[in-house]
Design a protein around this ligand. Structure first.
Ligand code: BDR
Ligand code: CA
Length: 308
């Protein structure tokens, strides 16, 4: 089983990703770190806790992470995730936010306890992960790898002409990660936008009439309407595909590049992933997902969730 820590900002597609991460037999989820992003931490933390409980994994620790990016102001993704990050979906319990940050020490402890065994999967802004790299000198040499949902490489961004939400939320954190010397893989918009859950896929999932699928149905319903009004068919599986990439690496085709992130605040290209494609480019520092077997992933997704 693959040991991993999930760093997340739930978030509708984060919720879909957590449901997959909790259920798949090949994965050993050590902990869930909540970060501010799609919504304030005061929402993403209780959301993460509630979703874990709903998925039958209340035994897995959920840790409070950073409530703001390293050096810029938080800008939540309300357009895409509505109020509270889950389009207004309210759980009965509202677990209290711990008073202090605890995710960074948790990540460091796990990575040092299981050297070269722990993968960090980050599907929100990369603030917690970057803070762990900065805080513990040995983190980079002891972590197995980092897998992130982020970036737009050959397609337009989703929060500016060139930038994707997770990278744009904390470009400095992204830059720290790509320059850390760690084995880093990016699952960018290029392939997540090609991988969409259609209403009929959701209907198939919901045949099991389980609280998890009913919850996913509730948070996605309105999203499908919004997307349809915009002429888009299906919900992009940004974060779930990243879990897919962990479960089955053969779903993704990667290319290796030397990549840097534009960190200048307010600049036209802030948050852009700049690939150096020149022949004289420095040695690659990231694997970038450029191709995906979307159908195979969607089958894996549906089968796993139907297994609840
Ligand atoms: C990413 O941004 C968030 O809105 C989603 O949860 C996903 O992690 C897509 O750009
Ligand atoms: Ca996310």
């Amino acid at each position: 089983k693959q040991k991993f820590i999930l760093d997340t900002d739930p978030g509708i597609d984060d919720a879909l990703a957590i449901a997959l991460a909790c259920r798949h037999a090949d994965l050993e989820l050590l902990g869930v770190c909540a970060v501010a992003g799609n919504a304030l931490l005061s929402c993403t933390y209780p959301n993460a806790k509630n979703i874990m409980k709903l998925c039958g994994r209340a035994d897995v620790p959920v840790l409070r992470g950073h409530d703001a990016p390293l050096e810029k102001k938080l800008r939540c993704g309300d357009d895409a995730h509505g109020i509270n990050g889950l389009d207004g979906y309210e759980f009965l319990d509202q677990p209290k936010l711990p008073e202090t940050e605890e995710a960074v020490n948790f990540m460091i402890d796990m990575v040092m306890r299981y050297p070269h065994e722990v993968t960090i999967v980050a599907i929100g802004p990369f603030t917690n992960v970057a803070a762990a790299i900065q805080q513990e000198e040995q983190f980079a040499s002891h972590v197995k790898r980092i897998l992130v949902m982020g970036g737009a490489v050959n397609v337009p961004g989703n929060v500016s002409a060139v930038a994707e939400f997770n990278v744009m939320s904390d470009p400095l954190a992204a830059q720290i990660i790509v320059n850390s010397g760690i084995d880093v893989s990016f699952i960018p918009l290029d392939i997540t936008l090609q991988t969409r859950l259609k209403p009929e896929d959701l209907a198939e999932i919901c045949e099991n009439d389980h609280p998890v699928s009913n919850f996913l149905n509730a948070v996605l319903k309105h999203r499908f309407e919004v997307l349809e009004a915009r002429g888009e068919l299906g919900y992009p599986m940004h974060d779930p595909l990243t879990i897919g990439a962990l479960i089955d690496p053969s779903l993704i085709q990667y290319e290796d590049y030397f990549m840097q992130i534009e960190t200048t605040q307010g600049a036209l290209a802030e948050g852009m992933c700049v690939l150096d494609r020149r022949r004289e480019a420095p040695k690659p520092n990231v694997h970038v997902g450029v191709g995906v077997d979307s159908d195979r992933f969607l089958t894996l997704y549906k089968e796993t969730i139907r297994g609840y």
